[in-house]
Design a protein around this ligand. Structure first.
Ligand code: MG
Length: 390
């Protein structure tokens, strides 16, 4: 039995198709099949050793890109079902959304983007698409995972105009077309994007406090946190004791998450109604993003994001690690560009076949972007003799 979805959802039994035609699976929908391919990919397994905010060696309980992706998928599904959206598609997009992330989080991505200036730059959303379209090598008939149009479109959540033009030339009317026409992605794609933001705002509060880099006292300046912290304490005054501080924090975060989820569901329903959309095509051409927070929650969520940016992501201790991370990425890039044979065999071969300096640089970027934190640190040590991170 296929679930009954709203008219504005991407249908479960239809897809705009795969780049290489395949026989449908006997027991799974096309988007379930996409999700399964993503979970079985090598890039997905590597996410466990990639930094979200804290580098892997800093502690066993911090989020990694893998646990982050699982939390995004959980939130995505929770919101998808009451809205009558295609849950399997949401899950597939959420699980794949960070596949193209470099080692060492945003520091790694910024460093790689700097290295790639002059060669087309480096964008992690586009890289996630490259992973599922090209870089995974699992199937005899094609490169990549050959995912459906809907999943690929959701993965490419941002794209520069220059890259959109390049993609459009290869695939006319394809996944990049909306960046040129101003159309929207499906509701499933919009939801995956928002679920990402809800997830990291919440779990970075948890990890930030756990690390000792931010305190519950500092968080009192964030209205969303302060409100639910006070509410939890009023309901459970006994949690104020030192021994139960973690439960107090968890309950506060749980309430913050629930409130945001309910807010998105109610606001999105309202917007769908107001926009009068009745189909996926209406969603694409209605001229506005329909999956969103209410204005009030948007302001509160922004305030939390702003707090985390300044107090956690820019914390001197995080920055110190990230400086080392940037140096690792830059020096790896320089070493491989000079001597492509130092890369793994399949990348060395691709570099040898590349027609231009930009082509070689792209192969090097693909290789470096695919690395886990510890593999990058080890490779850097092998090539330079310097150990920058434990
Ligand atoms: Mg993410």
């Amino acid at each position: 039995m296929l679930p009954l979805l709203s008219s504005w959802a991407c249908p479960v039994d239809q897809t705009r198709g795969r780049r290489f035609a395949e026989t449908p699976a006997p027991t799974r929908t096309e988007h379930q099949r996409d999700r399964d391919r993503i979970v079985h990919s090598s890039a997905f397994r590597r996410l466990v050793y990639k930094t979200q905010v804290f580098v892997n060696h800093e502690g066993d309980l911090f989020r990694t890109r893998l646990t982050h992706s699982l939390e995004v998928a959980q939130l995505g599904r929770s919101i998808a079902r009451p809205l009558g959206l295609n849950e399997d598609l949401v899950e597939a997009i959420c699980l794949a959304h960070d596949l193209g992330h470099t080692p060492f989080g945003h520091a790694g991505q910024d460093a790689l983007n700097t290295c790639m200036q002059g060669f087309g730059g480096f964008e992690h959303n586009l890289q996630s698409l490259r992973v599922v379209d090209t870089l995974e090598e699992r199937y005899p008939q094609f490169d990549g995972l050959n995912l459906t149009f809907e999943t690929r479109e959701g993965i490419l959540k941002h794209c520069s105009r220059a890259n959109a033009l390049r993609l459009e030339a290869q695939e006319p009317g394809g996944v990049a077309a909306r960046f040129l026409t101003g159309h929207q992605t499906s509701l499933e794609g919009q939801l995956a994007n928002l679920a990402d933001a809800i997830a990291y705002n919440a779990h970075d509060v948890d990890d930030g406090v756990r690390s000792g880099l931010i305190s519950v006292e500092q968080l009192q300046t964030v209205p969303l946190f302060a409100h639910f912290y006070a509410q939890t304490l009023a309901d459970f005054p006994q949690l104020a004791q030192a021994a139960t501080q973690r439960r107090l924090l968890y309950e506060t975060i749980r309430r913050m998450l629930s409130e945001q989820v309910y807010d998105v569901i109610a606001t999105t329903r309202q917007r769908i109604d107001q926009a009068g959309v009745h189909s996926v095509d209406d969603v694409r051409t209605c001229g506005q993003r329909l999956v969103s927070f209410s204005d009030g929650m948007q302001t509160q969520s922004q305030a939390l994001k702003h707090f985390l940016f300044h107090q956690l992501y820019r914390h001197p201790q995080v920055m110190h690690t990230m400086d080392a991370a940037q140096q690792i990425v830059q020096e790896l890039f320089a070493a491989y560009t000079q001597q492509p044979t130092m890369m793994k065999a399949r990348y060395a071969l691709r570099a040898q076949q590349a027609q231009s300096e930009a082509g070689v640089a792209r192969v090097v970027a693909d290789f470096v972007a695919g690395m886990t934190d510890r593999y990058a640190a080890k490779e850097h040590e092998r090539l330079t003799g310097q150990r920058l991170l434990p």
